[in-house]
Design a protein around this ligand. Structure first.
Ligand SMILES: Nc1ncnc2c1ncn2[C@@H]1O[C@H](COP(=O)(O)OP(=O)(O)OP(=O)(O)O)[C@@H](O)[C@H]1O
Length: 580
């Protein structure tokens, strides 16, 4: 394009004439003249920052450069043959990483396509990086779209890169020194640069949120795992703590509040507890997310990776795969049980999970299924009603979870056994509220052995040593603004016998959160403890476990077991127990 024509066109556009330029370009020209006081006719040398300034810019973007580098290498290999150069600029427009053909170094440097060049719009005029920073959108600034005459041979296509909170932190740009004249020749470049920016955001989110769940989403099941469209990171309460920029379009296309800080269950029928079900173990087509606006998406959850704070926790989580890592706090006995469950997960051994109501038997079954990396589904069926045998016949290959096998009457037991025969494609997990011995007496012997290849017994809540951990975890999941418990309310919760176990505790916390006015839940906010039934005196081993869980505080142990302190003392003496 001739310099005179270019200057005249800018003049016409500023006078309001339509010359066929994109709106984005004409808006930028207007800013260049009216806001930055630039003159398109004035020769404008490339702006390259000093070595010291460049070092400072690179240091600030160090982490992003490191994350982006391998992706950028791959992109450069794809485009280098066609003469493209690749720039990564920071949010201030300074090129902090660069890939170009060294044979053209002088030419590239002269055109400003070089490490340290400053491409902000107020210095360089309308250009790929500068206009991308101002508009926040991916742009192609092709030849005469550039404001400054020296830049008009170039074609630059740039896409924004956002940090995990949605702030623009960098721009990825691919440029050509010489290009064909139709702007549409750069459509492919636009596709490449936007998908590369999306992958850099994804890699950055994964690197920055290792302690959180990451939920990746896609509209197509085929691309869910290889190239998802967007992702969010969720903390333990299901609140969004990080995202890629595509998440807004994918999860909230009609706009709304900022995604950061809102809970995932406000956007879709899903809580952080469901994350294990969305891990790799299940086929993509089964991992459907239902959004509150009625749309469906496919979801892929990635478990927290970095071990957390304490050393004990580090050791426990290092030993336990993702789905088990968040199951329990510091309770050595439960930790050992989970370690066993983790080892049994990938085998075909049928597992019987025993435990009182609400102790998490189904949750454990799901964790076992997910960790077993079964590429098939998980089907849970209740062992009541007439349709159990049909459920077994209809069950697709995968994990079949038989809930409450203690409810099976003799005809149902016979039918179940007959239908399980020949279903080698089913991994059978069963749960029972009755203990193994009682169940052995209740079930036919052959069925018992068909179900109980190994037995895992979950402790009742009152025996768990990690109650503080569990209470905090359940509370975090419920309260939008970090609520906490007063010491008195916490002590009261820890002292209750919890015959309904975790389910009952969940309901109590739901009530307390609803009743509490401020952020501190106190005694009056707690629902009254259910009437305590008269309980059998505890067996000696149970007594010892409860005492240990209560730090050998006899009054607390007595409240938990629903007996007098003197009964505890008497039974301790009888069993020869004394505080450590
Ligand atoms: N380890 C855990 N951490 C957090 N929540 C849990 C845990 N285990 C169970 N829960 C919660 O407690 C409730 C009861 O769990 P689940 O249904 O797995 O218990 P269950 O033993 O199978 O109950 P039932 O015997 O009555 O069928 C669920 O809401 C579940 O999410």
């Amino acid at each position: 394009m001739l310099g005179k024509d270019h200057v005249e066109e800018i003049d016409r556009v500023l006078r309001g004439q339509d010359t066929g330029r994109d709106r984005l370009v004409s808006d930028s020209w207007q800013r260049c003249v009216e806001t930055y006081g630039m003159d398109p006719a004035r020769p404008d040398p490339a702006h390259i920052v000093t070595e010291t300034e460049l070092r400072a810019h690179r240091e600030q973007s160090e982490r992003l450069i490191a994350t982006a580098r391998s992706g950028l290498h791959a992109l450069f290999r794809q485009v280098a043959g066609q003469g493209y150069v690749l720039l990564l600029a920071d949010a201030k427009g300074v090129c902090v990483d660069f890939f170009g053909d060294p044979r053209f170094e002088d030419q590239l440097r002269e055109s400003g396509l070089y490490l340290g060049s400053n491409w902000t719009e107020d210095l360089a005029g309308t250009c790929g990086v500068g206009s991308c920073i101002v508009t926040g959108e991916a742009v192609t600034i092709h030849q005469g779209d550039h404001f400054g005459l020296p830049h008009t041979p170039l074609s630059c296509t740039a896409a924004p890169i956002h940090d995990t909170r949605g702030e623009l932190v960098a721009v990825l740009d691919i440029s050509l020194l010489r290009s064909p004249s139709p702007k549409s020749s750069q459509n492919l470049a636009m596709g490449l640069v936007t998908s590369s920016a999306r992958r850099v955001e994804m890699a950055n989110l994964m690197a920055m949120t290792r302690r959180d769940w990451v939920l990746r989403v896609s509209t197509s099941p085929e691309f869910l795992e290889v190239d998802p469209e967007a992702a969010v990171a969720l903390d333990g309460s299901g609140r969004i703590v990080g995202m890629t920029s595509g998440a807004r379009a994918a999860l909230q296309p009609t706009g709304g509040a900022d995604l950061i800080g809102i809970r995932i269950d406000e956007l879709m029928e899903l809580s952080v507890d469901d994350m294990p079900d969305l891990m790799r173990g299940r086929p993509s087509e089964d991992r459907v997310l239902r959004l509150k606006d009625g749309r469906g998406l496919f979801g892929h959850a990635i478990a927290p990776q970095t071990p957390l704070r304490s050393r004990a926790r580090k050791q426990r989580e290092a030993a336990l795969p993702g789905a088990f890592g968040s199951f329990a706090g510091p309770d050595p006995a439960l930790g050992a049980l989970l370690a066993q469950a983790a080892r049994l997960s990938p085998t075909a051994i049928p597992l019987l999970i025993c435990g009182e109501t609400g102790t998490g038997k189904e949750k454990l079954a799901r964790a076992i299924h997910v960790t077993g990396c079964k590429a098939q589904g998980f089907r849970a069926v209740r062992c009541t009603g007439r349709s159990l045998a049909d459920c077994v016949i209809d069950a697709a290959p995968g994990t079949l979870f038989l809930r409450g096998v203690e409810d099976l009457d003799p005809p149902a037991q016979a039918a179940l056994l007959a239908n399980l025969d020949g279903r080698g494609d089913l991994r059978v997990l069963a749960s029972s509220r009755a203990g193994p011995e009682a169940l052995r007496e209740h079930l036919r012997e052959d069925l018992f052995h068909r179900l109980a290849g190994a037995i895992l017994t979950l402790p009742p809540l009152r025996h768990r040593a990690d109650m503080d951990w569990l209470i905090d975890r359940l509370l975090r999941r419920r309260s939008a603004d970090d609520m906490r418990l007063s010491p008195a309310a916490r002590a009261e919760l820890k002292a209750r016998p919890w015959h309904g176990n975790i389910r009952e505790l969940e309901h109590a916390l739901d009530t307390a959160v609803a009743l509490c006015d401020g952020r501190v839940i106190d005694l009056p906010d707690l629902p009254p403890a259910p009437q305590q039934t008269v309980r059998q005196p505890p067996a000696e081993d149970a007594l010892e476990t409860v005492l240990a869980a209560c730090g050998w505080n006899m009054s607390q142990a007595a409240r938990r077991l629903g007996v007098n302190r003197s009964t505890i003392l008497r039974r301790m003496r009888k069993a020869g127990l004394s505080p450590p």
